[in-house]
Ligand binder design. Structure first.
Ligand code: GLA
Length: 404
């Protein structure tokens, strides 16, 4: 069942660590790592494109205390069964589908980057991982990284934390994704659009232009929950690389390992004809999406809500028809959302293989929109709708340690 955290305050979280592990409540600290949406920039982070993001006001929480004496990590979850317990000196390998992969991956990533972890943690987490589409994996990964760093007195720059979280996902979990998720979770600021250049690893938080109409973030879950690594996500990344390699050869620039971000728009326009089949459609999506991001950021800056929404919906269309990542229930939801009154624009929130769709919606129409989406999705997918909530959220700040 979905748990979007945020119920209850800090006191019960601190109390839970105290009760479970017997530590002094004054030693307990909290990390809040929000979920994210991506208004534009679908599947271009792993090709070194520029993406847009916002953190939202739903989050994963980790209440933790350092354990200097025993160099172990011991965790329980308010959302998942069982305890995770391992020694810092003998981190077990990945176990498919196990929530313990994230703390184990975080310790491995820190150690591989040369950080000397002397101190373990005990802790209790809140927040689901299984819904998909809001980057719950990166949120929990970032939460463990920040907690282990705090426990060990490490000061790590945001870009290094982005790389560390990528090491958890690419290295430990085997998902060939880009930096969209951890960058969004670490860098976002309330009411701003986070624009992340995945090639240079630079970012800007952009305030909305004066005329931008107020909006709320509508999240509609599909009820599909499988782990992204078990979908066609990695295959699509491979098809983008095939396209990039063929385009690079056509330019005569040599080299065999390329990503589409290494190819300029002019080179693509000149040589797109060498591509056929899936790589051709993936490249068509990626180059058009890069242009949508440029235009969408400009629309956000000048306060053009209609154009921003139109580009989001066009992004969703391209994800379905050129990137071909839309699972049928997600496509149903996308079709429902972009034809709902008050919706400015809609698309898959995450990869599109499972999880949820996101829409920006006029505040005065938001409650009716939620009711209408619920009704229409229940008709389209009765077998999934009972486990597929529709929520209204707002933008928020990125991940942080929270004072008690
Ligand atoms: C998932 C991945 C991200 C990104 C999106 C699609 O959320 O984790 O890295 O590729 O899909 O834009």
């Amino acid at each position: 069942m979905l748990r979007m955290a945020e119920t209850g305050g800090t006191a019960p979280r601190i109390e839970a660590v105290h009760r479970r592990y017997g530590v002094d409540p004054r030693q307990v600290r909290l990390v809040r790592a929000p979920y994210r949406i991506c208004p534009l920039g679908a599947h271009i982070d792993h090709q070194l494109g520029t993406v847009t993001a916002m953190a939202i006001d739903r989050a994963v929480w980790l209440a933790f205390a350092p354990t200097p004496a025993d160099r172990r990590v011991r965790l329980t979850s308010r959302s998942f069964a069982g305890e995770v317990d391992f020694a810092l000196d003998a981190v077990p390998d990945r176990v498919d589908g196990d929530w313990g992969n994230f703390p184990r991956g975080a310790v491995r990533a820190l150690q591989a980057a040369g950080h000397d972890l002397r101190c373990g943690i005990v802790g209790v987490t809140d927040g689901g991982l299984a819904e998909g589409g809001l980057s719950s994996s990166a949120a929990i990964g970032v939460a463990y990284l920040l907690a282990l760093q705090a426990a060990n007195g490490l000061v790590v720059a945001p870009n290094d934390n982005i790389r560390l979280d990528q090491a958890i996902e690419n290295g430990y979990l085997g998902l060939r994704n880009g930096i969209l998720d951890p960058a969004a979770i670490l860098l976002s600021r309330r009411d701003q659009l986070t624009v992340i250049d995945c090639k240079t690893m630079t970012h800007e938080v952009v305030p909305a232009g004066a005329g931008l109409r107020p909006f709320r973030v509508l999240i509609a879950f599909s009820g599909l929950r499988q782990a992204l690594v078990s979908t066609d996500y990695n295959r699509r990344v491979g098809e983008c690389q095939q396209a990039a390699t063929a385009l690079l050869a056509a330019t005569g620039r040599g080299g065999t390992q390329a990503l589409l971000g290494h190819i300029t728009q002019e080179e693509y326009d000149a040589h797109a004809g060498v591509l056929t089949g899936p790589p051709s459609r993936r490249a068509a999506h990626v180059f058009a999406e890069m242009a949508r991001v440029r235009n969408g950021v400009a629309a956000w800056r000048r306060g053009d809500t209609a154009e921003l929404g139109r580009l989001m919906t066009a992004s969703g269309h391209s994800s379905i028809h050129n990137y071909e990542c839309g699972a049928p229930p997600l496509i149903d939801l996308y079709d429902i959302l972009h034809t709902t009154d008050g919706v400015y624009g809609a698309r898959f929130s995450g990869a599109g293989f499972r999880g949820c769709c996101v829409a920006l919606v006029a505040p005065e129409a938001a409650e009716d929109a939620v009711a209408s989406v619920r009704r229409r999705y229940a008709r389209a997918r009765p077998e999934l709708a009972a486990e597929a909530p529709v929520l209204l959220c707002d933008s928020d700040d990125g991940a942080r340690l929270v004072a008690q």
